[in-house]
Ligand binder design. Structure first.
Ligand SMILES: [Zn+2]
Length: 685
């Protein structure tokens, strides 16, 4: 090789730099496999022996601790490719050069660029010129072999792991609340606080049926959730943090809590940018699932039910809205209203009015995706009230049990939360004691250690004080909610379902939960009346009929009494006079305003009531034109006679128009002897 090698190296190569690429794929290899690193650095001597001045041998070792499986994030390798591409490299040195890149594509790209820039490649076996076909073939083979080696290695490791997992013997990272005991068996965490908190998570979820309500409860009660630190100096230590939705979600989804050994619930997928993303697999694709493998927090049946519940909650946001968990809004039938026309679940829409949020039960119908108009929309206030009344009337025998259960639950929850918060204080106390003992045990002469231990002790004492203060504050707050007097009152209430139901302090969510216990669904149809068919759990049904709620226009309409009043007054008075009289008598329009000429006119027109002039003309009063035609005199002459009192006349509207009373002329007009005159306008036809 040596003679041939020297023939391959030319003066042109020597003018350029030699690059030594040093790599170890993991940090552990960097520390433990120092021999390999030494061998890589020894290649430097080979370059010098081939004629490169030592100053021209450049070492690239910034990729120590990076895997070779892809060039992404390997700065050193990219630098090498750049140098070769710009023709600055005469030779590239590396131990088993094919390992420069364990990914065939990266490797072949490097070979290509080396061939174009006539850069040599050197490893322990020899020196290669990628511009020569034979050398390139050999290098290519080496790259393929190296990739294959990696594949075989991985497959073997994975196969071993899977076999072990199939027997349930592979140790996995356990979710918080489960630990391995000395014999390697999975057991519940002996830390009582951890255990109880995990239990509380599942109990709260079972009670509320929703993850969001669960984390909300933890936050309201200032409860923290434990986690085991995954890596770093504090690996496996407990950390307490507020419960997040993500952690609550993965806990409820985690089959380990139900006593099952599960492996391969997800897989890592490579992204186009070289990063990896985790995907959750459906249960039938899990590698291993062994039930009843270890002690559990919840039964397998509970686990399956929670999964079902989470799926349903997800559906509540989807196309065919199904019954979701009870939420805060005032709509009582949320999740229980069914459209009587098309059979879909009805949504709740709210709109804001002066007196609060008004629910509407809306069916978007089956044609939502096609832009069809709404199927039906029904105002919910009256329906909610009627269904509530129905419950109050119908459920008396059940009332005691139900209300008592609700009450007991509230009390139990407060006690339970109090106990758990006290655990936090106990833990802080224990940690402070431990820190004190550590400080006491150290030799006072060892200032460095003593100082840091003292600081630690101080820190723990502060944490203890905080925990105590927090505990007292929360306890006082709870006391505020239920002091003894209150407790008696609630207990008295607990015997009375209607009172609990009607109590304005009962949150609407609780009312909805009570309703969900009693009622399966309510089918609504809006026709001339509203029909609500209530189906109780257990199969009994009742149908309620309600009048249609008033439209906005109807709600603003003038009250019937006021309208009759106006009708009566118009026998004698003009519109403006009527308005004044109504205001004097304290009457208001439908919208609640004072009357004016315009609003009287409006009521008159919409109710088709005749005005004063029309009434007078009907009675036989004559307009000035008719009088003029009858008497054969001018308007001014008529006015003169009126002023002199020779004619009986009266004003008929707000414009000051006069009408005249002439019984003798009246007959002539009605018999048609005189020219007909329009009675409403007074104009001659
Ligand atoms: Zn419908």
């Amino acid at each position: 090789m040596s003679t041939e090698a020297h023939q391959k190296v030319t003066a042109g190569h020597l003018k350029r730099n030699a690059y030594l690429y040093v790599r170890q794929s993991t940090m552990r290899q960097v520390f433990e496999n120092t021999e390999s690193t030494d061998r890589q650095y020894a290649l430097r001597q080979r370059a010098i022996a081939l004629g490169w001045p030592s100053g021209q041998v450049i070492v690239i070792d910034s990729d120590l601790g990076q895997s070779g499986a892809s060039a992404v994030d390997r700065e050193g390798f990219q630098q090498l490719v750049a140098e070769v591409g710009m023709g600055r490299a005469g030779i590239v040195l590396g131990l088993e050069v094919s390992r420069l890149a364990r990914n065939s594509a990266d490797w072949h790209r490097l070979l290509e660029i080396c061939a174009l820039t006539s850069t040599l490649i050197l490893d322990e076996d020899g020196i290669y010129d990628p511009a020569h076909f034979n050398d390139r073939l050999l290098l290519g083979l080496k790259g393929t072999m190296s990739e294959a080696e990696l594949h075989v290695l991985r497959a073997r490791l994975r196969g071993g792991l899977l076999n072990k997992a199939r027997r349930g013997e592979l140790r996995c990272r356990l979710p918080v609340g489960l630990v391995y005991d000395a014999a390697g068996h999975v057991v519940l965490d002996p830390d009582k606080q951890v255990q109880e908190t995990v239990h509380l998570l599942f109990e709260t979820f079972a009670r509320t049926g929703s993850l969001r309500a669960t984390i909300k409860y933890f936050r309201q009660q200032s409860l923290l959730f434990p986690a085991r630190v995954a890596a770093g100096a504090h690996k496996d230590e407990l950390a307490w943090a507020p419960l997040s939705l993500g952690r609550a979600c993965s806990a409820v989804h985690n089959p380990w809590y139900a006593g099952a050994y599960a492996f391969g619930r997800g897989r890592w997928r490579k992204q186009p940018d070289g990063r990896y993303r985790h995907e959750r697999l459906p249960r039938d694709q899990w590698h291993v699932l062994i039930r009843d493998a270890h002690p559990a927090y919840i039964s397998w049946q509970e686990y399956e039910r929670y999964e079902q519940q989470l799926r349903e909650s997800a559906k509540a946001l989807g196309f065919e809205r199904n019954a979701g968990p009870a939420r805060e809004g005032p709509a009582l039938l949320q999740g229980h209203a069914v459209c009587g026309l098309c059979g879909s679940r009805m949504n709740v829409h709210y709109y804001i009015r002066k007196d609060g949020m008004i629910p509407n039960y809306v069916c978007v119908g089956r044609g939502r995706l096609f832009g069809d108009p709404l199927c039906q929309s029904i105002q919910g206030v009256e329906i909610d009230a009627a269904v509530g009344q129905l419950l109050v009337d119908a459920i008396t025998p059940m009332a005691l049990d139900l209300a008592l259960a609700v009450q007991q639950e509230i009390t139990a929850r407060l006690d339970e939360a109090d106990r758990l918060r006290h655990r936090q204080v106990e833990r802080a106390q224990y940690e402070a004691d431990a820190a004190r003992q550590r400080y006491m045990r150290v030799d006072p002469a060892n200032r460095l250690v003593a100082d840091s231990l003292e600081a630690d002790w101080n820190f723990k004492l502060r944490a203890l004080a905080d925990a105590q203060e927090d505990y007292q504050r929360r306890r006082a707050a709870d006391r505020l909610i239920v002091d003894e007097q209150e407790r008696q009152r609630i207990l008295a209430l607990a015997t009375d379902f209607p009172a609990v139901w009607r109590d304005p302090n009962t949150p609407q969510r609780e009312r909805k939960r009570m309703l969900a216990l009693l009622i399966e669904d309510v089918t609504l149809i809006k026709q001339r009346e509203i029909t609500a068919a209530v189906r109780f759990r257990g199969g009994a049904t009742t149908t309620l009929t309600l009048p249609r709620p008033l439209t906005a226009q109807q709600m603003r309409a003038t009250h019937e009494d006021v309208r009759r009043h106006i009708e009566g007054l118009l026998d004698e008075y003009t519109d403006a006079q009527v308005a004044r009289i109504l205001n004097e008598r304290g009457m208001r329009t439908g919208a609640g305003d004072a009357f004016g000429t315009v609003s009287v006119k409006w009521v008159r027109r919409s109710a088709k009531i005749k005005c004063l002039k029309e009434r007078l003309v009907e009675e036989g009063w004559l307009t000035v034109k008719q009088v003029s035609a009858y008497m054969g005199i001018t308007r001014s002459a008529i006015n003169k006679r009126r002023v002199q009192g020779k004619l009986q006349a009266r004003i008929c509207n707000d414009h000051g128009q006069w009408l005249y009373w002439m019984p003798e002329a009246k007959a002539m007009f009605s018999s048609g002897k005189l020219k007909s005159v329009s009675s409403t306008t007074g104009d001659a036809v």
